[in-house]
Design a protein around this ligand. Structure first.
Ligand SMILES: C[S@@+](CC[C@H](N)C(=O)[O-])C[C@H]1O[C@@H](n2cnc3c(N)ncnc32)[C@H](O)[C@@H]1O
Length: 210
């Protein structure tokens, strides 16, 4: 009999030991600094934050931060970072926007890095991002460009990256505007180079104003 478990739980403790993951977070943070307005009042939600590496790399550029992840192991690593000061003041949420109610909160920036290819149905998650963002807020998605399925082990039920035009359409369907894509980084795995994009989308003002 097998119990269901989250594969990210066992990866959490050694996640930050991989220099490539630390470097990826640094490069992504630099791309975000270049792509969206940031400041001391910017309320950041990082969704699927893992051990919080991207938020750590952005910490000096933003205001209050909230980090969400479905893996208890990842959340435990982040909690330790809150306690030791590496993620001082951060809130940590156990949240799956595919199934959980959307929290009654507002953010100026939602960042999600290498997460959406693990999300079976994007539609409710993108809609939840739009709900969580304040008018004019930005959604930043970093993920794999469409790949041949070799990035993950066989049998893993994930998206094989994303076609940029298709994802742009899904973001527009969720109500986002001004969707742009740029090349962001590359991941090397078993001698293969997998490109990553950064998509930036704007949450337009809610009708009715106020
Ligand atoms: C490839 S890791 C990336 C972690 C981190 N963003 C980084 O760049 O180092 C994917 C993360 O997404 C989380 N995750 C997967 N599905 C999720 C979901 N439906 N909701 C929230 N987090 C999820 C996993 O637990 C894991 O921490």
């Amino acid at each position: 009999m097998t119990e269901s478990h989250d594969p990210f739980d066992e990866k959490a403790a050694t996640w930050d030991d991989d220099p490539a993951k630390v470097e990826r977070a640094r490069v992504v943070a630099d791309a975000l600094r270049d792509a969206v307005p940031l400041g001391p009042t910017t309320r950041l939600l990082e969704y699927g934050a893992g051990t919080g590496l991207v938020t750590q790399a952005l910490r000096d550029a933003v205001g209050p931060v909230t980090l969400a992840d479905t893996s208890a192991g990842m959340r435990a690593v982040m909690q330790r970072k809150v306690e030791t000061g590496a993620l001082a003041g951060a809130r940590i949420w156990d949240l799956d926007l595919g199934t959980d109610p959307v929290p009654d909160e507002r953010f100026d920036l939602v960042v999600t890095v290498m997460v959406l290819h693990h999300v079976p149905r994007l539609e409710p998650v993108l809609a939840a991002f739009a709900e969580l963002l304040d008018d004019g807020g930005h959604l930043c998605v970093v993920d794999l460009d469409a790949e041949d399925g070799t990035f993950h082990d066989e049998g893993m039920d994930v998206h094989h990256g994303f076609d940029r035009d298709e994802l742009a359409g899904q973001l527009a369907d969720a109500g986002f505007v001004d969707v742009t894509f740029r090349d962001c980084h590359e991941v090397e795995r078993d001698g293969v180079t997998y490109p990553l994009f950064l998509a930036v989308a704007v949450r337009p003002p809610r009708s009715g104003g106020g």
